[in-house]
Design a protein around this ligand. Structure first.
Ligand code: AMP
Ligand code: ZN
Length: 469
């Protein structure tokens, strides 16, 4: 089935056609590890996981690369503000390396609890400084850079298509320079950006490397160009991130990559909309933000949050509130309970063959292939649960849907049978009698259990109780 995706480049829904027939190259901008990921960041990572699962569902092999930003990201996406890692290290009295390692582990744990399929390659910026230096050298050879005030800048005037992703026009950007008084005086154009800092405004910067331009560290954008091209080649299929990355980060990534290679870099740009909290945009720099651990401490399961996210289309803003999360939780628990009913009834996984089941399967595939319409896909799930389909077909369809939902339906088990306390006590007394080699008493107790309507069987794992039919 053809997959349709909204391509930010071109601003339209397009049929997805991979460069190689059956393998897709996917790059997603990873977390900046100076703090916990907030649930807004996690919304973006869940959307990217859904996209990846849809590709896998339609039999593509996906090579997914995600970076870990552990150097170079300033509090502003341009070149102003503080260095995020350095600032956090100063506040906490730890080294930047300790900060990076702690928050990378915290992110990995969130990702696993949210059932995000691990990237094929997760790469740290600090492990790829050489690749970044080589790319900057290539840009320098092509005449796209200049050194000013000790830093190496990318000159956007050398790349006439600058701003094409955000529909920005180079002439407008030039006008903006004249009007913007906060611009770094070293820049020829206010939208030029740093590729390599040597004259760091952060004297206490702990992460520094030697380079042809002096000891320093990379700007933020160059890492994604260098690492994606290293692992996915100089042209690949899909690049994702949150919508905030469009005007600066991804715009600059395109400028660097295409200026260096002289050809188109990425075919599909897919961006996720923001999660809003009650006060508006959720952001790490606001300090007070919601994390997955916080939701867990309030008794929510990570799957409640994943299900909440599935309720919104990735291209629409989603408003978080505890009331909305409670509703998602209630619905999810009722789905789990219905799956348990099916299992208690003896449902097993079977081939999806009947006409009605196949039509629900097709309806689901239609939704997900249509620009990842997950809210509609969830509606198909409810429709399936309400249908009169045979229990095993129903169960099998739910497992099929869950390849994409990722809600761990396959981990749901039958309800454990519970027995009256009186009967459980008798079973324990019989175990004691047998231990004491008092077999007459053990037989007496077995009879008592039998009279109460239960059967006890001795197995290698111990006694097993069941109700007499
Ligand atoms: P960061 O760790 O700040 O680099 O962000 C990780 C990802 O989260 C990026 O793709 C951002 O675009 C995305 N992001 C940031 N804030 C939000 C938000 N409120 N809602 C959804 N995604 C977000
Ligand atoms: Zn990036």
């Amino acid at each position: 089935m053809a997959i349709y995706l909204y391509n930010t480049m071109g601003r339209e829904i397009q049929e997805f056609k991979p460069i190689n027939d059956k393998e897709v190259g996917l790059y997603t901008c990873g977390p900046t590890v100076y703090n916990f990921a907030h649930i807004g960041n996690l919304r973006t990572f869940i959307f990217e996981d859904i996209l990846k699962r849809v590709l896998i569902h339609f039999n593509y092999k996906v090579k997914h690369v995600m970076n870990i930003t552990d150097v170079g990201h300033l509090t502003d996406d341009g070149d102003s503000g503080d260095d995020k890692m350095t600032k956090k290290a100063k506040e906490s009295g730890k080294s930047v390396w300790e900060i990076a390692s702690f928050y990378t582990n915290a992110f990995t744990s969130d990702a696993s609890e949210l059932n995000l399929i691990k990237p094929t390659i997760t790469c740290k910026a600090t492990d790829h400084i050489k690749d970044m230096i080589n790319l900057i050298k290539r840009l320098e050879e092509g005449g796209h850079t200049y050194v000013s005030g000790g830093n190496v800048y990318f000159s956007i005037d050398t790349f006439p298509e600058y701003g094409k992703l955000a529909n920005q026009n180079l002439d407008d950007l030039k006008t903006a320079v004249r009007d913007d008084v906060s611009v770094d005086a070293n820049k020829k154009n206010s939208k030029d950006f740093v590729l390599w800092f040597t004259n760091s405004k952060f004297g206490e910067q702990q992460m520094m490397w030697d380079s042809p331009w002096g000891r320093g560290y990379p700007g933020w954008h160059i890492e994604c160009s260098a690492m994606s091209m290293k692992y996915l080649g100089e042209s690949f299929d899909i690049h994702c991130g949150g919508i905030d990355a469009i005007p600066v980060h991804h715009t600059n990534e395109i400028a660097q990559s295409e200026a260096a290679t002289n050809h188109k870099w990425v075919n599909y740009w897919v961006h996720g909309e923001f999660l809003l909290d009650e006060t508006g945009k959720m952001s790490k720099s606001k300090g007070d933000f919601l994390t997955l651990s916080l939701l867990k401490s309030k008794g929510y399961d990570p799957m409640d949050y994943r299900f909440f996210v599935l309720g919104g289309h990735y291209r629409s803003q989603l408003r978080f509130s505890f009331e909305n999360l409670d509703n998602a939780r209630k619905t999810r628990l009722s789905i789990v309970s219905k799956i348990q009913d099916l299992l208690d009834d003896g449902a097993t996984k079977v081939a999806i063959e009947s006409l009605e089941a196949t039509s629900l399967k097709d309806e689901f595939d239609e939704c997900i292939s249509n620009n990842l319409n997950m809210p509609m896909a969830v509606a198909v799930l409810h429709k399936t649960l309400k249908s009169n389909l045979d229990k095993s077909l129903k169960y099998s369809l739910l497992l099929y849907f869950d390849e994409v939902f990722g809600l761990k339906f396959d981990k749901i088990e039958k309800r454990k049978e519970s027995f009256p306390k009186e009967v459980e006590d008798l079973v324990n007394q019989r175990v004691e009698a047998k231990k004491a080699r008092d077999f007459a008493k053990a037989d007496e107790i077995r009879d008592e259990i039998d009279k109460l309507g239960y059967i006890v069987k001795d197995t290698a794992k111990g006694p097993v109780l069941s109700k007499k039919l």
